[in-house]
Design a protein around this ligand. Structure first.
Ligand SMILES: Cc1ncc(COP(=O)(O)O)c(C=O)c1O
Length: 384
């Protein structure tokens, strides 16, 4: 029998999606894969109903339906101040997942090096392998998950083609400060590297932290490839809408990659999502408040376990330090949590390059009642 491609030996199936399957099998409350159990805004649902009756059932323009790109450009300008040309600076993709793959394939030749901070969102290692790039890992260290500028400079000395910056960061909840981003920019300029950012949690940031758009830093636009998504901002992870934003000569190449990967994102969903992009500023303030309340509730729940955990600055994840429970690995701990406690998280080791087996990651993008039900179960850990 012919064998499958060697590149696939370099990574496993998603641990996150695997934990979701295990949670379903055991009827556990699923706090592993980061998606809400509450509805998207009413405006989006109404627009989706209208879109089903409109003329939106065939392929949209490959790089994004014009109405969607126009609304997107306005929304990006509203928050980042960048003057985005919908015809030159954007490719609409199937989520940030596709955007990241497009960015990597657009920026990297096989054999190029790419800096990835560890812990990292698990897709990045697979993105690197599939695009033929070789990751150089630079640690973000607890408790604040800051990087060591000297370590980063050493990684840049290996002449990487790009660095990936997930901001706010999944899984550690780090929000990069302007100074940290400027350090990254200076090094990228010095070594002429792309900065590929992944920013789906741009609107889920907890005061006093603030989201800084990398592309809007002085002089950064030309070398930044921004990947972003509507999944988290509008609670529509299943709609699969995201985008790449970059300089026109980069977008011209990215369009080609995107075209041959997927042709395009779903046309009726692009049409309906315009209603989300046009929501007023108060929607985003409300989203921030909603998640701040969920963070307060969930961290108070984690405190009842008697274990240590990370308090996110942004995004909606917390890493629970399960090492005192005495399991050999975090995977064993995560399986025990699903089967015996009834709450699913993700073994932290799948996010770290270092041999780190202390953590299980939980997310709190859930209704208050779901979080309280999880809280009752997680409280049993302390009595173990
Ligand atoms: C950092 C990060 N990037 C990308 C994604 C995937 O986003 P999308 O649904 O837009 O593909 C996620 C989802 O959890 C994420 O946390």
């Amino acid at each position: 029998m012919p064998s499958t491609a060697r590149r696939l030996a370099g990574f496993t199936e998603s641990v996150i999606r695997g934990m979701t399957r295990l949670a379903n099998q055991h009827g556990a409350i699923n706090l592993s894969q980061g998606f809400p159990d509450f509805s998207p805004p009413e405006e989006l649902l109404a627009a989706l109903e209208r879109a089903t009756r409109g003329p939106h059932h065939q392929y949209a323009v490959t790089w994004g339906a014009p109405r969607f790109r126009q609304a997107l450009a306005k929304k990006i300008q509203r928050f980042s101040g960048l003057a985005i040309d919908p015809d030159q600076h954007l490719v609409v993709t199937c989520g940030s997942t596709e955007a990241m793959m497009v960015a990597m394939m657009t920026a990297c030749n096989p054999g190029d090096k790419v800096i990835v901070f560890s812990p990292f969102y698990e897709n990045y290692a697979a993105d690197a392998i599939l695009s033929g790039a070789e990751p150089i890992f630079v640690p973000l260290r607890a408790p604040d998950f800051a990087f060591d500028p000297d370590e980063l400079a050493k990684a840049f000395a290996q002449q990487p083609k790009a660095i990936i910056v997930c901001n706010p960061s999944n899984p550690c909840g780090k929000v990069f400060t302007r100074d940290e981003l400027m350090t990254i920019l200076r090094l990228a300029e010095q070594h002429d590297a792309f900065v590929i950012t992944d920013e789906p949690y741009e609107h889920i940031v907890y005061a006093p932290h603030e989201h800084v758009y990398f592309a809007a830093l002085p002089g950064a636009f030309e070398r930044t490839i921004t990947c972003n998504s509507l999944s988290k901002t509008y609670s529509i992870t299943g709609w699969r809408l995201g985008y790449v934003q970059a300089a026109p000569h980069v977008i011209a190449q990215a369009r080609k990659v995107h075209d041959f990967l997927t042709v395009g994102a779903a046309a009726p969903l692009q049409e309906a999502a315009v209603a989300g992009l046009e929501l007023p500023d108060s929607y985003y303030a409300g989203l921030g408040e909603l998640y701040a309340a969920k963070r307060t509730l969930f961290t108070s729940i984690l405190a009842t376990t008697g274990l240590k955990f990370t308090e996110p600055q942004g995004a909606y994840y917390s890493l629970l330090d399960v090492s005192p429970l005495g399991f050999k690995t975090d995977t064993e701990a995560a399986e025990w949590l699903i089967k015996e406690i009834g709450v699913a998280g993700v073994p932290g080791s799948s996010f770290f390059r270092e041999p780190e087996h202390r953590y299980v990651r939980f997310h709190f993008a859930k209704k208050e009642e779901t979080l309280r039900a999880a809280g009752e179960k997680l409280g049993r850990i302390a009595k173990r």
